[in-house]
Design a protein around this ligand. Sequence first.
Ligand SMILES: [Zn+2]
Ligand SMILES: [Zn+2]
Length: 544
Amino acid sequence: RSGNGGKVRGFFQGGSTRVLDELGARIPEGVRALLAVPGLGPRTLGRLYRELGVTSAADLRRVLESGAAARLPGFGERKARQLLEALEQVERQGDRIPLGYALPVAEALAAELEKLPGVERVAVAGDLRRGRETVAGVELVAAAEDAEGVADAVAALPPVEEVLARDPAKVSVRVEGGLRVELRIVPPDAFVPALHHATGSAAHIARLRQRARQLGLEVDERGIYRRSADGGAEEFLPVPDEAALYRHLGLGYIPPELREDRGEIEAAERGRLPRLVETADLRGDLHVHSRWSDGAASIREMAEAARARGYRYLAICDHSRSLRVAHGLEIEDLRAQWREIEELNRHYAEAGIPFRILRGAEVDILKDGGLDYPDEILAELDIVVASVHSHLRLDRAAMTERLLAAMENPHVDVIGHPTGRRLGIRDAYEVDLDAVIEAASRSGTVLEINASPERLDLGEEAARKAAERGVMLCIDTDAHAPGQLAQVVLGVTVARRAWLEPAHILNALDLPDLEAWLRLPKGERARRGPGSVGKSGDSPPPGR
Ligand SMILES: [Zn+2]
Ligand SMILES: [Zn+2]
């Protein structure tokens, strides 16, 4: 790390900043974007631009592949090869980074910023605060009187590798891992409007401005205000928090995940905003793995981690026998696993601990839509999550048929990661998602929102559509280690962007309600739809 200190200080002494300024002044805007390629700093980029005329990613690829870059003095084959690999990686990601990778980086940097003297508050803004599934970069807003002092200090913070641009109230840096972070520093009394503005989306903000004008008000990053009759003085209204800003516009508070101009302003006008699901609404996780298949921990360790989160239940869903790469369980392994689960549950019951481990399995959906265990075995499980892990290149009709056949099985409770996508790695398999949603609704099958950072599957659009068609969803982490249970927040974010309430989410049910629901035949689950368990039974509705 110490090697970077000199490089960073160099920027502030005007060394590389000049290169950047020169780049900014004389070449197309797009060139700065090449700084996103890890290992390509302003100096190198400046040389490639001046000496080889590189102004685009395509140019960069050309000079790296042709050897022209490698022939520059002090450059070399090795560096050219590394840059080419880095460029390819950036291009694969389409310059966007999955939420689950950006969020911890942003939070770590925010925590470092908060420790700087004079910094009163720091918050994540932009796409990341709205919970988009991938982000181009991170935006942070900090409140401090001395913006210059804070901007100076940022460069020396541990995760910061390089300062890309800087003006008095704004610093752009690249942190470890290549993520770009833009930090705005505003006076403390301007923090709330600045954060609101930087959160966006642009479409949401534009609608708010329009609405403000109809009320004789103006909204911008400085706040919400009224102009005097002669158009001169501005009278700012108090904005202690974002709720106040919406109140001035006659609207209920709109959570960041809804700020996309997808009907939230109309809903806020009529007092019809959803009561979005929160992490605290969840009572358990219905899809985790243990060391019995490819997990890293014992059932007991997973259960204790679930209890530490305040959960009431945990479904152990290890892989089924066909998935050899993940050490899928043979039937006799499954029976042995049930004995271990029973023993642990007996221990909890005797100790008066209100917690239960459910016998589950993540059963492979075979190529023809059959399941990887016979029905007699599936019938003995508390919960069956059925997933596609093989034959991912079937054509659309065959893949759709395969999933529909699995949903027709009376023992299949949940379809795991229904589209198979891996963010930045692999697209969803070809499937008619509308047909899957219809079939889930008809058959009473739950669709999973898999919260694994590289999946987020279902995504927000499909999840919203599913809920509108009366499909129940669940938010599972697919955790393979105790620490991964915390990734549930990513799945909750997807659910919130899909406008989901606790009543849409199976694992927002308390244990007795969940058990009652799992005892219902699927046809009955389909008939009742989401949110009906408590209403028709003896217990209160979920999440209230
Ligand atoms: Zn899986
Ligand atoms: Zn899994």
